[in-house]
Write a protein that binds this ligand. Sequence first.
Ligand code: ME8
Length: 537
Amino acid sequence: KYCDAGDLKPYYVTTPIFYPNSVPHIGHLHSLVIADILARYSHLNCPERPVHFMTGTDEHGLKIQKAAQTKGMEPRAFCDELSEHFRNLVRKADVSATRFSRTSSKEHCDAVQHLWRQLEAKGLIYKGRHSGWYSVSDECFYPDLQVTKRSEPNGEEYHVSTETGSRVEWMEEENYKFRLSTLQPALRSHFATHEDAIYPPQHHVDILSALSEDNVLEDLSVSRPRSRLTWGVPVPGDDNHTIYVWIDALTVYLSSIGYPWTANGGDGSGSGWPPNLQIIGKDILRFHAIYFPAMLAALGLPFTERLLVHAHWTVNGFKMSKSIGNVADPITAIDEFGIDVVRWYLARIGGYFRDDVDWSREQLIKHGKEVASLLGNLYSRIASPKIRALVETHERPSLLDMNEAGVQSFLEQLRRLPALYHDRMQALQIADALNHLVAMLEEANLLMTKAKPWAVTQSTPAVRAVYWSLLECLRTCGILLQPFIPSKSANLLHYLGVPPEQRSAEWASIDAKGHIGTPVSGVVLFPMPGIKSKPSH
Ligand code: ME8
C-alpha cells in the first residue's frame, strides 16, 4: 500500500498569492503549475488523503493602491477585476487548487487583526521610529548594506536595492515594530536541524547564514502610516496605522485553512496546518524563510515542512517587465498550444529550479513537438486497426512470461521506472522525474521503430510481445504523467481503457497487472497547429 491516509493529516500545499496590479504572466503560471504537479502527485500516491491547495491574490498595499489610482479606479473594484484574471488562469491551467483566497476578504482581514492582537498580547509588538531605504515596488525597507548608489547620465545620484534593482528612497517615520530579533535563535535552531526545509539546498545555506549569530536581525517594521497607505488592514486600536502588507499577505496561509481556529481549540490541528509544501519564487525567500517562520514561532505554531524555491523565467535574457515589453502571456500560449504542452515545457525546463531560464515561443513549439511525438505518435501507431487486427485474436500474454529478446530488456527498464520516478519526485526534482518518463518513452518509440509491426502480416508471438509491452508502457507512463499533463494523460488512459479506479500510483507497475482495453483508433492526442503528426500505419 502506498499510503495510509488515516495516519496522515491533509496534504497542504500553497503558491504565493499574486499581486493583481497587472494581468498574470508566465512566472505566475510557473508557481501554479509546480504546486499543482506536487499536489496531484500527493493525490496519485494516496487518493484518500485530502489535498488542501491554496492560491489567490495579494490585494493590499501601495503597489496596488497606485496601480488602481493610475487607472482612475477604486482599489476594491480594481482588484475585483484583476483578481478574476488569476482565477481564470487557475481554471485554464488545470490547476487543482481547492481554495482561491483574496486578502481583501473580510474573513482574511479579521484573521490578520486577530494575529496582530496575539503578537501584541505576547509583547512582541512595540511602537518605534523607523528610518531606512524604502522601495515602493518591493514594499519594504532595506538596510544600508543592501543598497547601492547609482547615477543617471546627467550625474544625478540615486539608490537602488542591490538585490532587486528597484529604486529606494530614504524615509523616516513612526511605526510599529515586531521583535524579530528575539525569535532569531528559534529560527536558527529550526533550520539547523531541518536540512530538508528549503530546496534547492543553496537557499537553505543562505538562510542559515542570514540567521547566524554574528548577524543579528533588526526588528521588523510592521505598520505604515495610514496617511500614506489607506488600502490595507488597520492596526487594531490605532486607525492612524495600516498593517504592513507582508504581514497581511503571509497570514493568508493561515486564514485560508480556518485560522484562528477558535472553534476547535485554536491550534489548527485537524485543519491541515502546517503546510507540507510551499512553492515560492527566489525573490520572496526572505519573507517565507525568516519573517513567516518568525510569525509562526511567535504564535507557537509548527513550521512549514518544506519550501520549494524556483528561479525565474526571463524573456530575451531579461527579467520580464512591462516597460521593456517582454512579458510572456500564459493565456495566449495556452490558447495556441493547449495547456498540456505549456505545462510540459514549464516542467521540463522550469522544473530544475536552480537557474533562471529563457522563455520563448520557439522552445514552446519544440517542447510541443517533443511530447506530440513521444506520446501522441506512439499511441496512434500502436492503436492502428491493422496492428490490432493482428493481435486481437490472441489472449493478452503475461508480461512476466515474455522472453522475446528485445522486449525483455525493455520490460526490465519499465519495471525499474516507478522507483526512479518516485525517488526524484519525493526529492522535489520534478524535471528529473519527468526525464525518466521521457527516457522510457524514447525507448518505446525505438522498440516500435525496430519491430515495425505495421510491416508484419502474420500474428507472431514476437509481434504480440512488442504490442503488449508498448501498451503496458503507455499505461504505466500515462499513470505517472498525470501530475504533469493531467488532461492528456486522462485522455490517454481513457483511450487505453484503463479503469478510473486503476490510475493511482500503486497501479503503475508491471506487476500490478492493470487492465488494458482495446485502444481507440483514429484519435490524435496532440493535435498541434504547425506540428504534423507522422501518419499512423
Ligand atoms: O511576490 N519567473 O507576488 P508576485 C518565475 N504578492 N516566477 C516569477 C517571475 C518570473 N519571471 N516573476 C514573478 C508576490 N514570479 C507577493 C507574494 S506571498 C504571501 C506574497 C513569481 O505577483 C514570484 O517569484 O510579484 C512569486 O513566487 C510569484 O510569481 C508571485 O509574484
